[in-house]
Design a protein around this ligand. Structure first.
Ligand code: GTP
Ligand code: NA
Ligand code: MG
Length: 290
C-alpha cells in the first residue's frame, strides 16, 4: 500500500529502560514540566501519554513506561504501539535486566531505537562501559559500526538534551509516518481505570479519527463515546491519529492492550462484541481441555 499521499501523523515515541534510570526525568525535560515529583515513591506505575509540540513545531506523542520489574506487560504494550523507542540507560549503572528486556521488545516489534545514556553529570558515570555493555547485548550502536544512535545526556543539567531532541526529530522525519484521518478509527487501549467521572480508558489512536458519539469496540466491550479528554483533562471533540485520548462512556471496562475498532452503527458494534465474546469462551474451553 502506497501511504505517501496520506497526511502525516505525529510519531509515537516510547521511553523504556531499567527502573530509576531517569525515563520520567528526561520526558519531563522534553515537555518542560514535572511529573516525576508527583509520583508515589518516584516510581512510574502506568503508561503516561503526552503530546508535545517540539521546537520545530512538530507534534510528537510520548509514552512513558514503568521500569519496575512488576510492569512487564505494560512495557510489552509500549513496544508494540510505538514508532520509535528511546532506551534510557543510566551512565553509572549501565545495562540491567529491564534494559535487556526493552531491547528485546523493541527488536521483536521491529521498532528503531535511540539510546539516551543518562546521568552523565555523575562522577561515577562511565559512558564507554555502557556502550560496550549495549553492544554485548545485541544492540548495533554507531560506535561499533551499527546504525543505532547513542546520545549522552543529563536530565539534571540538561546537557545533551538538544542533541537528543534533534535525533528524535531526524528519525521521525526519516520514518515519514502517515495515516488516514478518515474512515473507521483504529487504536490501542493503553490503560483502563475507574474515575469519579466513570470508567475511562486511555486510547492511542493509530488511524482514523475518534469523535464524541462514535461507536467503538474494544475486546469484548463496546461503547458509544460519551466524551473525550486530553492529557490535561480538558474535553476535546476529536482525537486524530498519533494522539492519545481518554475515552469515557464504558459500561464494561476494556483491558489494557485491547485493539479498538470503530463500528459504523450500534448494531454492528453489538454484533462484533457478541462474536468476540463467543470466540473468547471457546478459547477458554479449549484452554481448560489442554
Ligand atoms: P521508573 O519510572 O520508576 O522506572 O524510574 P525512571 O526511569 O522514570 O527514573 P526517574 O525519572 O524517576 O529518576 C530516578 C532518579 O534519578 C530520580 O531521583 C531523578 O532525580 C534521578 N535522575 C534522573 N536523571 C538524572 C540525571 O541526569 N542525573 C542525576 N544525577 N540524577 C538523575
Ligand atoms: Na523512578
Ligand atoms: Mg518513571
Amino acid at each position: 500500500v502506497d501511504s505517501s499521499s496520506l497526511p502525516p501523523r505525529p510519531p509515537v515515541v516510547t521511553i523504556m529502560g531499567h527502573v530509576d534510570h531517569g525515563k520520567t526525568t528526561l520526558l519531563d525535560y522534553l515537555r518542560k514540566s514535572s511529573i516525576v515529583s508527583q509520583e508515589h515513591g518516584g516510581i512510574t506505575q502506568h503508561i503516561g501519554a503526552f503530546s508535545v509540540r517540539m521546537s520545530t513545531g512538530k507534534l510528537i506523542t510520548f509514552l512513558d513506561t514503568p521500569g519496575h520489574a512488576a510492569f512487564l506487560s505494560m512495557r510489552q504494550r509500549g513496544a508494540n504501539v510505538t514508532d520509535i523507542v528511546i532506551l534510557v540507560v543510566a551512565a553509572d549503572d549501565s545495562v540491567k535486566p529491564q534494559t535487556i528486556e526493552a531491547i528485546k521488545h523493541a527488536q521483536a516489534a521491529k521498532v528503531p531505537i535511540i539510546v539516551a545514556i543518562n546521568k552523565i553529570d555523575k562522577d561515577s558515570a562511565n559512558i564507554d562501559r555502557v556502550k560496550s555493555d549495549l553492544a554485548v547485548n545485541g544492540l548495533e550502536i554507531e560506535d561499533h559500526g551499527g546504525d543505532v544512535q547513542v546520545v549522552p545526556v543529563s536530565g539534571k543539567t540538561g546537557q545533551g538534551m538538544d542533541d537528543l531532541e534533534e535525533n528524535i526529530l531526524l528519525l521521525a522525519d526519516m520514518l515519514d509516518i502517515r495515516s488516514e484521518t478518515d474512515g473507521m478509527a483504529e487504536g490501542w487501549v493503553l490503560e483502563s481505570s475507574i474515575k469519579p467521572i466513570g470508567r475511562a480508558a486511555t486510547v492511542l489512536v493509530k488511524r482514523g479519527t475518534l469523535r464524541q458519539g462514535d461507536f467503538i469496540v474494544a475486546g469484548t466491550a463496546f461503547t458509544k463515546i460519551r466524551s473525550l479528554r486530553n492529557e490535561a483533562g480538558q474535553e476535546v471533540t476529536e482525537a486524530p491519529p498519533g494522539t492519545a485520548v481518554e475515552v469515557l462512556g464504558w459500561k464494561d471496562p476494556p483491558e489494557a492492550g485491547d485493539l479498538i475498532l470503530q463500528a459504523p452503527t450500534e448494531d454492528r458494534a453489538k454484533e462484533a462484541v457478541h462474536y468476540r465474546q463467543e470466540f473468547k469462551e471457546r478459547e477458554e474451553v479449549i484452554a481448560q481441555m489442554a
